[in-house]
Design a protein around this ligand. Structure first.
Ligand SMILES: NC(=O)c1ccc[n+]([C@@H]2O[C@H](COP(=O)([O-])OP(=O)(O)OC[C@H]3O[C@@H](n4cnc5c(N)ncnc54)[C@H](O)[C@@H]3O)[C@@H](O)[C@H]2O)c1
Ligand SMILES: [Zn+2]
Length: 405
């Protein structure tokens, strides 16, 4: 038996933020990040809609990017004090993910962070509060997913919390919030969404319910992302929906080793100033992983279907896989994202000499490969890599060399 879970309600379209007026409850805590939502007036609007709904409102502000365990604990303590029956998270993936973890701790104060990380092992939530998520970036789709990513900075590792219990009750997908995103954020979050859709489509957990969502998302991202990056606001609005569809797909079909590798390389070179941004890492690794996975016949066929759906041509599956790889690499060029870690420069712009020195990369490679194999996303990848294969694959991602194994 498999399960397919999405929020009970999803409000979308310009002005959908107003749906907050329809929430029923006594007290709402609004969880928000560093300031963009306040600066652009969305936070004030959200608060006033909740007040119109008759609720007392408190803010939990300042949730950092890539939120920490400490922030989660602080937020849960604020909830314990205020006793909200609605948790409303507004912003990018970071504040929404943090609020999801706070919610768990608020409902079950005895649960530790380690307990939370047991995959699909959460107790029943919603005994104290319901959850509404409002996304302002177009990539993570955490407003509809069963995931939350929290960083343990003492260990330098990102941990996924995965359970349908944390799939929000209400998602608000209002494209107006995404219109203020800076260009680079559009590129990163957009390629993150493309990776979600492609990985979900070839995942071993794919099904009839996730396939149409993944394919439609891929087609939309193909049509809209580059133009959105270049300032087309209609395409920007459309990307907000596309990333959400990709999220519905991967929340139920899971992901693959592009994400495993992105999770484990993201913070691995932080001491060299190279925080490899999640979406940029995915954009660099996706073409390499497609070449690796395509050695599996079922995956190859599925990549062929994607290429057909995108209208890329090709007369057999091998050609289609090559055309898909070529297309995705071309998207990276259009979005000013490099093809490999060696060329990864500031803000993910391509440069001759990137942040990560070759000797440091090679020295850390075995450990990173081991961690990537152990990542929660590896299990649903269509091909299970050995330690040696994962090291080779990561080397291809460092040097931008061909994957022929
Ligand atoms: N839960 C999931 O399913 C899932 C999936 C993928 C990634 N993630 C996690 O999500 C986090 C990244 O989230 P993100 O990419 O949405 O970025 P983010 O939430 O970290 O925000 C990045 C920056 O963009 C700013 N920002 C956000 N919205 C803006 C807007 N509309 N206009 C201007 N500035 C804006 C923020 O203030 C912040 O400075 C990471 O921790 C990642 O691991 C979660
Ligand atoms: Zn992602």
């Amino acid at each position: 038996m498999a399960r397919f879970t999405l929020p009970r309600d999803l409000y979308h379209g310009k002005g959908a933020l107003e749906a907050l007026k329809t929430l029923e409850g006594k007290r709402a805590i609004v969880c928000v990040g560093g300031g963009s939502m306040k600066r652009f007036g969305f936070l004030d609007k959200a608060v006033s809609y909740l007040k119109e709904a008759g609720m007392e409102v408190e803010l939990f502000e300042g949730i950092e990017s890539d939120p920490s365990v400490e922030t989660v604990m602080k937020g849960a303590a604020a909830m314990e004090k205020f006793q909200p029956d609605w948790i409303v998270a507004i912003g990018g993936g970071s504040p929404i993910d943090a609020a999801k973890a706070m919610w768990i701790k608020y409902e079950y104060p005895e649960v530790t962070f380690e307990d939370m990380c047991k995959v699909f092992g959460l107790p029943k939530l919603r005994t104290k509060a319901h959850f509404c998520a409002i996304s302002s970036t177009s990539g993570t789709a955490t407003e509809v997913t069963a995931f939350s990513i929290i960083t343990d900075y003492q260990k330098g590792i990102k941990y996924p919390i995965a359970d349908f219990e944390i799939t929000p009750d209400v998602a608000i997908v209002d494209p107006e919030l995404a219109e203020t995103m800076p260009k680079k954020l559009v590129a990163h979050t957009g390629m993150d969404a493309m990776t979600h859709a492609v990985e979900a489509y070839v995942s071993t957990a794919n099904c009839d319910f996730t396939d149409p969502l993944a394919l439609h998302a891929i087609k939309m991202i193909q049509n809209d992302l580059v133009d959105s990056y270049n300032g087309d606001m209609e395409k920007r609005d459309s990307m907000h929906n596309a990333q959400c569809l990709a999220g519905m797909a991967f929340s139920n079909a899971l992901l693959g080793i592009v994400h495993s590798m992105a999770h484990k390389t993201g913070a691995a070179f932080a001491d060299y100033g190279a925080h490899i941004i999640h979406g940029a890492a995915n954009a660099m690794y996706l073409p390499k992983v497609i070449a690796f996975n395509a050695k599996d016949e079922t995956a190859k066929k599925r990549y062929g279907v994607i290429a057909d759906f995108m209208g890329l041509g090709g007369s057999n599956d091998d050609e289609k896989v090559q055309l898909l790889i070529k297309y995705l690499r071309h998207m990276n060029d259009e979005l000013n994202i490099p093809h490999c870690i060696k060329q990864y420069g500031a803000d993910s712009y391509p440069t001759e000499n990137g942040f990560v020195p070759e000797n440091v990369f090679l020295e850390r490679l075995p450990e990173i490969a081991k961690n990537a194999i152990g990542d929660a996303c590896t299990g649903s990848n269509p091909r299970q890599p050995s330690q040696e294969e994962m090291e080779k694959l990561l080397k291809c991602c460092y040097y931008d060399t061909e994957v022929d194994f």
